[in-house]
Design a binder for this molecule. Structure first.
Ligand SMILES: Cc1cc2nc3c(=O)[nH]c(=O)nc-3n(C[C@H](O)[C@H](O)[C@H](O)COP(=O)(O)OP(=O)(O)OC[C@H]3O[C@@H](n4cnc5c(N)ncnc54)[C@H](O)[C@@H]3O)c2cc1C
Length: 411
């Protein structure tokens, strides 16, 4: 049995690694580097993810995989401090004391917000999927709480589409992100970065016989026979089964049948290496003031500075369609002005852009949470049910393992 996998990101690598014992598996990856959104820049001293990454204490499937790959000892738990940049100032929002001091919400607003957060996990998501987070929060908590608290969070994740995101997405996310101690949310990272996982996983897959072809984009997928003996041609080569890990837009363009249209958004992360910390020790800073990025993520206020020897900062922005061609210059110039950084203090900067960086969770999104039943076709994408309410490392591992189980148990 031959299985062709489209995409050498985390989902494709997990599927390839898990199936290679029993099947002939080929992974097609269009880029020279494996890992997709979880790939890294590499220099002589260190590696750093192209897009900021951490994982969560509930990500048990990922932790089991890390254990299987002999990487459990490399997990480190760090605290993720947060804040907001509003009216030209940094406002820390990690400890209860800092939240109490935040001047843009009254004590009563803060108490209502606390109560609402506690109620989130008991709310019924079905009706909430039909209305926007914008309308829901304003009706429940009012304009001030929406604009000072929820809108910056939504903008940092969805850019100009923030007001269109469903209430079900926002509430599900609030409900799963409650592992917050007084020092901030407990977040996981890997000693040496996620490149350690991608390298170990791809090596282990190849050791089992999985063939990984980098710099080989899939350009066509044709169904050549159907049930009971399905068959496919990927770039003209025969496979009994196909696993798609790329976006619905790419799968549709390749000619894969039965793919639903699910809107995705693009992400751009500008990584900057600086000589000093400019966010007051805060890891995740939502930008409330107008800016061509929604968050400043200071990686070295999370992972130890000593690993890198310079301060690493991401400017994160989400977009629909094609990115603004001058985005990089606009981000850099705005950042230098807002955070009083002399461009000479920037050791290096690099932008990573992915047009298919994850679904846009618009109203009605939960209707998409099913997989098409096409014989011999398996999907493990960021639009898979395992990746709701948030596409994640854990969701990609789980989606890949669900597909592996489906293949192993078919008939
Ligand atoms: C800015 C950002 C920050 C994130 N931060 C976190 C985080 O902190 N924690 C967390 O848990 N998750 C985070 N995520 C989500 C996480 O990165 C993804 O859920 C996960 O990496 C997706 O893996 P994947 O394999 O499903 O998809 P991808 O990584 O998108 O892999 C798909 C692969 O397919 C390849 N490909 C595309 N077209 C073709 C083709 N025609 N032929 C061959 N190959 C093709 C691509 O090059 C890519 O390598 C973040 C995502 C983004 C965008």
């Amino acid at each position: 049995m031959r299985i062709g996998i489209i995409g050498g990101g985390l989902a494709g690598l997990v599927a390839g690694y898990s199936l290679a014992d029993a099947y002939d598996v080929v992974i097609f990856e269009q880029e020279p580097e494996l890992g997709g959104l979880l790939s890294s820049y590499r220099n002589e001293r260190y590696t750093i993810e192209r897009f900021y990454h951490h994982f969560f204490s509930g990500d048990t499937t990922l932790m089991t995989l890390l254990d299987e790959l002999g990487l459990s000892d490399e997990i480190i738990w760090l605290s993720g401090s947060t804040g907001s940049f509003t009216d030209g100032d940094i406002h820390p929002l990690t400890t209860p004391f800092e939240i109490l001091r935040y001047p843009y919400l009254s004590i009563i607003d803060k108490a209502r917000l606390g109560l609402f957060t506690k109620q989130a996990s008991h709310m019924d998501m079905v009706p909430l999927d039909a209305i926007t987070a914008h309308d829901f929060i304003i009706s429940k908590l009012g304009e001030r709480i929406y604009h000072s608290f929820f809108e910056p969070l939504l903008k940092s994740k969805f850019g100009q589409n923030a007001d269109l995101v469903s209430a079900a997405w926002l509430i599900s996310r609030v409900a799963i992100r409650s592992d917050r101690g007084v020092a901030g949310e407990r977040l996981g990272y890997i000693n040496g970065g996620f490149s350690v996982l991608i390298d170990r996983l791809s090596d282990a897959a190849q050791d089992k016989g999985c063939v990984i072809r980098t710099e080989v984009p899939v350009t066509s997928v044709v169904q050549v026979s159907v049930s009971p003996d399905p068959g496919w041609e990927i770039n003209g080569e025969f496979f009994d089964m196909v696993i798609g890990t790329v976006s619905p837009r790419i799968l549709q363009n390749l000619g894969v049948p039965g793919i639903p249209s699910i809107p995705y958004q693009g992400a751009a992360c500008l990584t900057l290496a600086l000589s000093r910390d400019v966010t007051g020790g805060i890891y995740w800073l939502n930008i409330t003031d107008p800016a061509p990025y929604g968050a400043v993520v200071s990686h070295t206020n999370f992972a130890p500075f000593e690993w890198y020897g310079e301060h690493l900062v991401y400017l994160a922005s989400y977009f629909s369609g094609d990115p603004d061609p001058s985005l990089q210059e606009k981000m850099l110039s705005d950042f230098c002005t807002k955070f009083s950084v002399d461009p000479k203090e920037v050791h290096w900067s690099r932008i990573a852009i992915d047009r298919d960086a994850g679904p846009l969770y618009l109203t009605g999104y939960m209707n998409n949470l099913t997989n098409p039943a096409v014989p011999g076709l398996y999907l493990a994408g960021m639009f898979s049910p395992e990746n709701y309410p948030e596409r994640s490392i854990e969701g990609s591992v789980k989606a890949a393992l669900r597909v592996v189980e489906g293949i192993q148990n078919r008939e």
